[in-house]
Design a protein around this ligand. Structure first.
Ligand SMILES: Cc1cc2nc3c(=O)[nH]c(=O)nc-3n(C[C@H](O)[C@H](O)[C@H](O)COP(=O)(O)OP(=O)(O)OC[C@H]3O[C@@H](n4cnc5c(N)ncnc54)[C@H](O)[C@@H]3O)c2cc1C
Length: 407
């Protein structure tokens, strides 16, 4: 391996950034991503409530990667695997590579639901959380303190579509934030947050004990849980849903879509072997089946050498990035590549602004202690020691209290 070998990493999320940090200094590493910052997605809920600030969870690449990794802000639109070159939107010169790492992650899947892409708010990026927070504030600002309780509730009706972990965590945060705002503003009655799930159970991937606790906690936050309910249409101010064969329309102030994930569009255009969900089929070494010098990881890769529950998680991309670093170094030196079975390292769920649940080794801890443990856990999932220390100190000395809506 020599320092003039070129490693091109496409994507600046958990897979891409941690792989870049593993390889920095060992070769000529370039990272391409459309945003100029990393995002620690598991803390996006806390950004919605402003328990954390943007700089905590979205550090800029120029701060994380220093001069050992070249960062190009842009979107890769095409890859020529024979010429070993990638096209970056708006640039005439293509980026060449000796090793390519694909880590472009997922994007919101609306499953073709009428009006969803146009009117629902996705929840994957910082601007999504800003948009949702602003929508809640604007809604509250429109409610007159002397309106009757039923009117206030109708005006403050929000629907979260998709009852997986992300939907449950978003809905519980919204429930707590809106209830708190109603109290502070002296509004009559209570707001309404609906969590709508097509299947017969929310958080289907979680074990029974954790599931039951999440459901209990959602109800404490005033969230209505609607299972076996399918949303057929989203409009600017309503949703149309079906339950037990009956269709109903209700007025909404905002609809959040956490109903599904699909691979980033780039992957759908690549001439690589994929499964029926468009995930790239890879070997246990993370290499693609067609090209030994092309590695894929994270949400876009079908990696079977891991606990099934890890699929589509930051935990998986994070663990894979360490394997990617080891294997890319070996590949460039002509050495044998490794395989590694990857395991679930526990589960941590954000529940409202004062609670969380953490499951490790079959034990569930909840309450304030679990909330602190979750913050501590994610401090260790932030890139670089320098950033972890800055954030850890800020949370320790400054606290992590939510900022009320509109204040
Ligand atoms: C709100 C939310 C909360 C979550 N909470 C948890 C949690 O608590 N625990 C957990 O384990 N997982 C969680 N996840 C899942 C986790 O975020 C993903 O599994 C993980 O980020 C996957 O890493 P990745 O590198 O594959 O993709 P990502 O982290 O999504 O990164 C993909 C990167 O590729 C870039 N990109 C996309 N297309 C292109 C292109 N054409 N050219 C260049 N760059 C491109 C993107 O901009 C991004 O930088 C959560 C996800 C969300 C959205």
């Amino acid at each position: 391996m020599n320092s003039s070998q070129r490693i091109l990493i496409v994507g600046g999320g958990f897979g891409g950034v941690f792989t870049a940090l593993e390889l920095a200094g060992d070769a000529e590493v370039t990272l391409v991503a459309p945003d100029d910052y990393f995002l620690c997605t598991p803390l996006l809920y806390e950004y919605l409530s402003r328990e954390v600030e943007a700089w905590h969870i979205a550090p800029p690449f120029k701060e994380l990667l220093d001069d050992k990794v070249r960062f190009i802000r842009g979107e890769v639109t095409e890859i020529d695997f024979s010429a070993r070159e990638a096209t970056i939107k708006g640039r005439t010169r293509r980026a060449g590579y000796d090793v390519l790492v694909l880590a472009v992650g997922g994007t919101t899947n609306y499953f073709g639901t009428e009006g969803a892409e146009e009117y629902a708010i996705p929840f994957r990026r910082l601007p999504d959380a800003d948009r949702l927070r602003q929508r809640m504030i604007d809604t509250l600002d429109r409610i007159a303190p002397d309106s009757d309780a039923q009117d206030a509730r109708a005006q403050a009706t929000f629907a979260v579509i998709g009852g997986g972990a992300s939907g449950a965590e978003t809905a519980s945060k919204m429930g707590d934030l809106l209830n708190d705002a109603f109290r502070r503003r002296g509004l009559p009655g209570v707001p309404r947050v609906m969590l709508i799930e097509m299947g017969n159970r929310i958080v289907p991937g979680m074990g029974d004990d954790l599931h039951d606790y999440v459901e209990h906690s959602l109800r404490e936050s005033g969230v209505e849980i609607h299972t076996n309910t399918r949303v057929n249409r989203v409009t600017e101010s309503s949703i149309v849903f079906e339950h037990g064969g009956r269709e109903e329309e209700i007025e909404t102030a905002g609809v959040v879509w956490t109903g599904g994930v699909r691979v980033a569009p780039l992957v759908e255009d690549l001439a690589l072997k994929r499964d029926d969900r468009n995930k790239i089929i890879i070997h246990n070494t993370l290499q693609t089946q067609s090209y030994a010098e092309v590695f894929a990881l994270g949400d876009i890769a079908l990696y079977t050498n891991a606990d099934a529950k890890l699929s589509g998680t930051a935990q998986l991309a994070f663990q894979q990035s360490s394997l990617a670093g080891t294997n890319i170094k070996a590949f460039l030196k002509g050495e044998e590549l490794q395989t590694r079975y990857l395991r679930v390292q526990g589960e941590a769920v954000s529940l409202g602004t004062e609670n969380a649940a953490v499951e490790t080794a079959g034990q569930i801890v909840h309450g304030t202690l679990a909330r602190q443990a979750r913050f501590a856990l994610y401090t260790t999932r932030l890139p670089t020691w320098h950033h972890r220390l800055r954030v850890g100190a800020s949370w320790f000395f400054g606290g992590t209290l939510p900022r009320p809506l509109g204040l």
